[in-house]
Design a protein around this ligand. Structure first.
Ligand code: PMP
Length: 422
């Protein structure tokens, strides 16, 4: 990522301290695994990141020492579980610089967060003639919930195109934007292309026509600083498992004024203040949106993941990954027949590529024999594949624990793929 592209970052401050990836690697037990007789080379962090020992320990400790249900108990364990769960919410608040903890709703992940916004915010507000504006590079999680909403309300989906390098075409975006636009839903960083979008600008454009801005942060929070107040977005959804935390937990940030005006999405325990068969009074946000026993251990683990990121420094992580992006882009350029899909000037360390005449699944299978884990397929972004007229791509994505050696191994593996098929 180009620092200039990172909304909320102050480029005038001193450069981040360099990160020692070998020491970071030691904190990830899974990286000691062998695949066959080869050490694991994990290049699939855009799908899910690996977990540091501190996160694993936080989850185990929760179950070993605290496990209990939250909010309702008067006994010691329940009080401790509630403190751990609510304490993690406060860590999330600080991490993304939300104004207060009531603006953080625990969800299962980005997908659930976006569905919550579509159904709770969108369903009662949208109607015929209204428009929801997305971009071509969205993940299915930021497409399908809006399609469902449009079917339910009669609103129309509009799509802003992307250029040949995978950048959002802002001028085209502005042309599709109008006073009919009620929602602009855009990814912060694309999982299929790596493109990092100018979110602050997009949010300002959305607000100028009276639309709300919903940001899919799944691919951003582990890689670049996110400051929701600086971005001024209305909603920001992200997943714990993509930022060193557990699966099945994520957070939805929403401006308090929105949450207060939104009806519950799911009903059940823990989201009410009073129930009779005649009527129910709901709790205040965020609890109104958290029906049922939550993923308490997951929240605690996501809090530990935030501590892990903060401990290393998000700027140091970004700088490390930019080094990998440069190295990987240069090395992959040496591979015969390789074409990168997604070469935007502002991109995260995602390498999506095709090898001429070779199916991505074959690439993935041969690399797996060398212990190298990459992802192949459409990456839940089929419109991106359609845009670039490819059925699928191979995708290597890096994180804080990757080194240049991993990318050199990838290149060696791809040379073997080429020898095998050519
Ligand atoms: N958006 C993007 C850009 C993603 O990469 C992903 C996960 N691949 C999602 C949304 C969905 O995240 P989750 O499956 O954790 O809900």
């Amino acid at each position: 990522m180009n620092p200039a592209a990172r909304p909320g970052s102050d480029t005038s401050i001193a450069p981040p301290r360099a990160l020692d990836a070998d020491r970071v690697r030691e904190q990830f037990p899974i990286l000691r695994r062998q695949i066959g007789d080869r050490p694991l080379v994990y290049l699939d962090s855009a799908a899910t990141t690996q977990k540091p020992q501190s996160v694993i320990d936080a989850v185990s400790r929760y179950y070993e020492e605290i496990n209990s249900n939250v909010h309702r108990g008067v006994h010691r364990l329940s009080e401790e579980a509630t403190n751990a769960y609510e304490g993690a919410r406060k860590k999330i608040r600080t991490f993304i610089n939300a104004k207060d903890w009531q603006e953080i709703v625990w969800v299962r992940g980005t997908t659930e967060g976006i569905n919550l916004v579509a159904q709770s915010w969108g369903r009662s507000r949208l109607g015929k003639g209204d428009e929801v504006l997305l971009t071509t590079m969205e993940h299915h999680s930021n497409i399908v919930p809006w399609q469902i909403l449009c079917e339910q309300t009669g609103a129309t989906l509009r799509i802003a195109p992307i250029g040949d390098d995978g950048s959002l075409l802002l001028e085209e975006f502005e042309k599709v934007l109008s006073d009919r636009t009620r929602v602009v839903a855009v990814t912060h960083a694309s999982n299929a292309l790596g493109t990092v979008n100018p979110i602050r600008e997009i949010v300002a454009l959305a607000h100028a026509v009276g639309a709300v801005a919903v940001i899919d942060g799944a691919q951003a929070t582990a890689h670049l600083p996110v400051d929701v107040r600086d971005l001024d977005c209305d909603f920001y959804a992200f997943s714990g498992h993509k930022m060193f935390g557990p699966t099945g937990i994520g957070a939805l940030y929403a401006k308090r004024e929105h949450l207060e005006a939104m009806p519950p999405w799911m009903g059940g325990g823990d989201m009410i203040s009073m129930v009779t068969f005649r009527e129910t009074h709901y709790s205040d946000p965020p609890f109104r949106f958290e029906a049922g026993t939550p993923n308490i251990a997951g929240a605690v683990g996501m809090g530990a993941a935030v501590d892990f990121i903060t401990g290393l420094g998000i700027d140091a992580i970004g700088a490390h990954e930019r080094g990998l992006l440069e190295h990987g882009t240069a090395r992959l350029g040496e591979v015969e027949g390789l074409r990168l899909i997604g070469t935007a000037p502002h991109k995260s360390a995602v390498f999506s590529f095709v090898l001429e005449g070779i199916h991505p699944h074959d690439i993935g299978t041969i690399l797996d024999r060398r212990g190298i884990a990459i992802r192949t397929g459409h990456h839940c972004a089929q419109p991106v594949m359609q845009r670039f007229r490819v059925p699928a791509t191979a995708r290597a994505s890096v994180s804080v624990y990757n080194t240049r050696r991993d990318l050199d191994d990838l290149v060696e593996g791809l040379e073997e793929v080429n020898r095998f098929f050519r």
